[in-house]
Ligand binder design. Structure first.
Ligand code: B12
Ligand code: SF4
Length: 514
C-alpha cells in the first residue's frame, strides 16, 4: 500500500532554538517499509500545508498516518485529517504518538469521522499490523494491539522486542539541512535508550513507557552514528547515560572507529554526578551542549515538582558541568502563582550564572500525575496553548503582567546568548556554516523578539477555539499511577539497568509505583 507519514508544524519554542527531525515517525515509516509497503514522509516543520496538499493530490496515498507527540498539535492534525478525507475519501487516516495515546477518544471525536483510528503506544510493531488489517479487513482493525476507534478498542499496546530491530528511515526526509540546534547546524537525532525509570509528577515520559527503560546495543548505536551524515547529533534520550556502562561502551566504540561528531544531550544532575567519568569521556568525543533538568532553584519548587534531588546536588552538578567546558542549559519551571518578586529573584540568578536558562510554564498534561492531582482549574482548554510557553492555569498576577514578567525573564537568555552576544563567541563557527549554505543558526540569533512577545501570547489566548480539550477528571488526593500507563508495565524486568542503578533510581524518585 502507499503509506504517507506526516509530522505536524512547529510550535513556538522550535521557531527559534531548534528544529529536529521527527525520529519516532521515521521509526514507524521504516517498520512499515520493512513490511513491504511504499512509504513517504513529510515534515510540516520544514514543509508547508501547500506542499502536503500537493503531495496527497498527486501521489494519492492509501493510508495517511499523523504523528502527534505534542498536545498543542492536536487541532492542526484534526484539520489536516479532515482535509485529507475531503480530498481522498477512501484513504485510511490514523494518528499515533505520545500525546495522541493519552487523548485517543477525544481525538476521534474531534475528527468526526475523518480519523479512522488512533494507534496508541510504540508504532514499530503495531503500524505494520494495522496496515495488514486495513488491507485485508478494515472491520477487524480493533484486533490490533493499541488501536482505538469510536466503536471499540484493541488489546493493550505492545513493546518492540529489541530496539536494534528498527532504525529510522532518515532517507525519507527531503529537507535534512533544516534540522539544527544552536550551533549544531545541521543536526541529526539519535536514540541510545528509550523510556525513563523515574516518575516525576509533571512528566509523561515514564507513564507512556510503563516506567520501562531499554537500551540500543553499543554496536547498533555506533553503526548508526557512522551512517548519519550530519556533523551534529541531538541525543533524544530523556536522561542520557543512566547506566554508565552503556555510555562508556558506546563512547569507546566511537573512539575506536574514529567517529567525529558534536553532541547535544540531556541528563539529570544526579546522573551526571554519579557517572562523571562517562561525561568527561564524551567531552573528549565531542560533547558540546548539555541540558540539565533542574526545574527549580529553591527547595519548595523542587518539592512541588517531586524531584528528590537536593538543591546542593543540583548546584554541584551545575558546577561539574561547567568544569567540562561545554555549553550548559538548564530549565526552570515558572508557576502561574509566581509574582513579580519571584520573577525578579529568578532574573537576578539568571544574570549571575553563565548557563543558558530556559523558562517554561508549569502545565498539567494528560498522562501525568499532575493532570489528576492539580487542584487549580484550567482557565483554557485550547490545545494550542499546552506548549509550556503559555499559562493554562489561572495566574496570580493578571495574565498580561504574568507574560510581561515571563518574557522579561526570558530576555536575559536573549541578551546573554543570542544576537550579537552570541555571534561574538561563535563568529568563526557561523562563518563556517554560511560557507556551507547552513543558515539556521544565524537566522535564529535575531528572532527572539518576534516570537517571544507578551502581546502575541495574549493574542494566542484570544483565538477562537474550535476543538476543546476534555476537562480533567475530578481531583483526587491519591491516585494509582498505573492507570496512567500506555505501555503495560513489566516491573523491574522492564528496566535494563543493573541493581545498583535501580537502587540509585529508587532513592531519587518519589513515587511508589513498580
Ligand atoms: C526529543 C524530544 C523533543 C525534540 C524533538 C522534537 C521532534 N521534532 O520530534 C525537541 C527538543 C525539538 C522537543 C521539543 C519540544 N518538546 Co519534546 N520531547 C522529546 C523527547 C525527549 C523524546 C522524543 C523522541 O524523539 N523519542 C524517540 C522516538 C523514537 O520516540 P517517539 O517520538 O515517542 O515515537 C514513538 C512513539 O511515540 C510512537 N509514535 C510516534 N509518532 C508516531 C506516529 C504514528 C502514526 C504511530 C502509529 C506511532 C508514533 O512510535 C514511535 C516509535 O516507538 C520526548 C519525551 C519522550 N520520551 O517521549 C519529549 C516530549 C515529547 N516533548 C515535550 C514537550 C512539552 C516539548 C515542547 C513543547 C517543549 C518546549 N520547550 O516548548 C517542544 C515542542 C516541539 C515541537 N514539535 O515543536 C513533552 C510532550 C508534552 C505533551 N504531552 O505535549 C514530552 C513528552 C517531554 C516530557 N517529559 O513531558 N522535544
Ligand atoms: S527524570 Fe523525571 S522529568 Fe526527566 S524524563 Fe524522567 S520522569 Fe520525566
Amino acid at each position: 500500500m502507499k503509506f504517507l507519514a506526516v509530522h505536524p508544524g512547529p510550535l513556538m519554542y522550535t521557531k527559534i532554538y531548534l528544529r529536529l527531525e521527527p525520529l519516532g515517525l521515521e521509526m514507524v515509516a521504516q517498520a512499515v517499509r520493512q513490511a513491504g509497503h511504499e512509504v513517504r514522509l513529510i515534515d510540516l516543520q520544514a514543509d508547508t500545508w501547500k506542499d502536503y496538499l500537493a503531495l496527497i493530490t498527486t501521489w494519492k496515498p492509501e493510508v495517511v498516518a499523523f504523528g502527534c507527540n505534542y498536545l498543542a498539535n492536536v487541532p492542526e492534525i484534526v484539520d489536516l485529517a479532515k482535509l485529507t478525507k475531503k480530498e481522498l475519501p477512501n484513504c485510511f487516516v490514523f494518528v499515533g504518538g505520545h500525546s495522541a495515546s493519552f487523548v485517543a477518544k477525544d481525538f476521534l471525536e474531534h475528527g468526526n469521522g475523518a480519523i479512522d483510528c488512533v494507534l496508541k503506544g510504540e508504532g514499530e510493531v503495531a503500524a505494520p499490523k494495522l496496515l495488514m488489517a486495513v488491507e485485508q479487513d478494515r472491520k477487524a482493525i480493533t484486533k490490533v494491539p493499541g488501536v482505538v476507534t469510536l466503536d471499540g478498542e484493541g488489546p493493550p499496546p505492545q513493546f518492540i522486542e529489541n530496539l536494534d530491530d528498527v532504525r529510522p528511515a532518515r532517507d525519507l526526509l527531503r529537507n535534512r539541512h533544516k534540522y539544527f540546534i544552536g550551533v549544531l547546524d545541521p543536526c541529526a537525532s539519535v536514540e541510545f535508550a528509550r523510556g525513563c525509570p523515574w516518575d516525576c509528577s509533571f512528566c509523561s515520559a515514564w507513564t507512556f513507557y510503563g516506567r520501562s527503560y531499554r537500551m540500543v546495543s553499543p554496536e547498533k548505536a555506533v553503526e548508526e552514528l557512522e551512517q548519519v551524515q550530519e556533523p551534529g547529533i541531538f541525543l533524544v534520550d530523556d536522561v542520557a547515560f543512566i547506566q554508565g556502562k552503556q555510555g562508556m561502551e558506546i563512547g569507546e566504540a566511537v573512539a575506536r572507529r574514529g567517529i567525529k561528531k558534536q553532541y547535544y544531550m540531556e541528563t539529570r544532575g544526579d546522573v551526571l554526578l554519579r557517572n562523571k567519568e562517562v561525561f568527561q569521556f564524551w567531552k573528549t568525543l565531542g560533547l558540546q551542549y548539555m541540558f540539565l533538568g533542574v526545574e527549580a532553584i529553591d527547595a519548595e519548587g523542587l518539592k512541588m515538582h517531586r524531584k528528590r534531588i537536593s538543591l546542593g546536588k543540583n548546584f554541584e552538578a551545575l558546577e561539574f558541568a561547567r568544569s567540562l567546558g561545554i555549553t550548559v542549559a538548564i530549565n526552570l519551571i515558572a508557576d502561574p502563582d509566581w509574582d513579580r518578586q519571584r520573577f525578579e529573584v529568578i532574573r537576578q540568578w539568571c544574570l549571575e550564572i553563565p548557563e543558558i536558562v530556559n523558562i517554561s510554564v508549569n502545565t498539567p498534561y494528560p498522562g501525568t500525575e499532575s493532570w489528576l492531582t492539580e487542584s487549580r482549574k484550567l482557565h483554557t482548554r485550547d490545545y494550542r496553548l499546552f506548549d509550556i510557553q503559555h499559562a493554562v492555569m489561572p495566574t496570580k498576577m493578571p495574565l498580561p503582567e504574568f507574560y510581561a514578567e515571563l518574557v522579561k525573564t526570558q530576555q536575559v537568555l536573549n541578551k546573554k546568548h543570542l544576537g550579537w552576544a552570541a555571534l561574538k563567541g561563535t563568529a568563526k563557527i557561523a562563518a563556517g556554516h554560511l560557507m556551507k549554505g547552513q543558515t539556521n543558526f544565524i537566522k535564529m540569533l535575531w528572532k527572539f523578539n518576534s516570537v517571544y512577545n507578551p502581546e502575541l501570547q495574549m493574542a494566542d489566548h484570544r483565538r477562537p477555539v474550535t476543538y476543546e480539550m476534555a476537562m480533567p477528571p475530578e481531583k483526587k488526593d491519591k491516585i494509582d499511577p498505573k492507570q496512567l500507563f500506555i505501555l503495560p508495565p513489566k516491573g523491574r524486568q522492564g528496566r535494563a539497568i543493573d541493581d545498583a542503578t535501580e537502587t540509585f533510581v529508587d532513592e531519587t524518585r518519589m513515587g511508589t509505583v513498580v
